[in-house]
Design a protein around this ligand. Structure first.
Ligand code: ZN
Length: 256
């Protein structure tokens, strides 16, 4: 460990994910949070934390079936998402219903996330890591970057000042937890809630037909074993947890 790493950890400790009592879980599509963080969401709600989901797109293009209209698929996916979230103990779902897969408008998505932060007033944001190398899906990247910037800006009254007239006061969450990260710094023991995560993923029948579900389940479970190796438990979900200070002009954030 270098001298610099020691100092950075002392000056800017990594926030404690499981200590967060209110969580806003932002996802581009109705199944992202279950795949990336389902076991941790269930663990948080079981320990008394409140978790609210904010889903950015309607998920309407997630099919190879040309006869299934996007509006019909969006209805199916909303129902699947609600069933999955209920299993995990999620208390509220907010749907932004941006069209799926059509190049999201960053500023528009960021404004909606800031409004949700000011409404829900979470300690922690959770979202897919937009810095994941080779992530080709722009919905994932845009949603992740918008949530990261919302963490920085939601506490400033002159950002989206129209919210004040709508009764939404500024609010600054303490931290963000990125799932699907290639640089995780936090490993949550997911052993007790792993079956619940898999059950929640299976609710997304439109996205995971039987053969596909088995492959996804096998991969996620193998990955969870890898994340848990040497930590004294069997299965883990991995996150990159950062504070707002880590996310602003800070050269060492990638190795925190
Ligand atoms: Zn997705």
């Amino acid at each position: 460990m270098t001298q610099l790493e020691v100092k950075v950890k002392d000056l800017l400790p990594i926030p404690e994910l499981m200590a967060m009592r209110r969580v806003l879980c932002v996802q581009a599509h109705p199944d992202d949070a279950e795949v990336g963080a389902g076991a941790t969401v269930a663990k948080l709600t079981r320990s008394g934390s409140e978790v609210v989901y904010l889903t950015v797109t309607d998920g309407g293009v997630g099919t190879e079936d040309a006869s299934l209209a996007p509006s019909e698929l969006a209805r199916i996916r909303r129902r699947e998402g609600e069933e999955a979230a209920r299993l995990l103990g999620v208390s509220e779902m907010i749907w932004l219903d941006f069209p799926d897969g059509s190049s999201l408008d960053f500023t528009a998505v960021r404004e909606k996330i800031i409004a949700a932060v000011r409404q829900v007033r979470p300690d922690l944001l959770m979202v897919m890591d937009p810095w994941l190398p080779y992530e080709a899906h722009s919905d994932h990247r845009t949603t992740g970057f918008a949530a990261a910037e919302a963490l920085l800006l939601s506490g400033f009254p002159h950002v989206c000042p129209q919210h004040l007239k709508e009764g939404l006061a500024p609010h600054a969450p303490q931290a963000i937890a990125f799932y699907g990260s290639s640089r995780p710094n936090t490993f949550i023991d997911a052993t007790s809630t792993w079956p619940l995560k898999l059950e929640a993923i299976a609710k997304h029948k439109s996205q995971f037909p039987p053969g596909n579900l088995e492959m996804v389940t096998a991969y996620l479970t193998a990955k969870a074993r890898e994340h848990a190796a040497g930590r004294g438990f069997e299965l883990a979900e991995a996150f990159k947890v950062l504070s707002p200070l880590h996310l602003h002009f800070f050269e060492d954030a990638w190795q925190c």
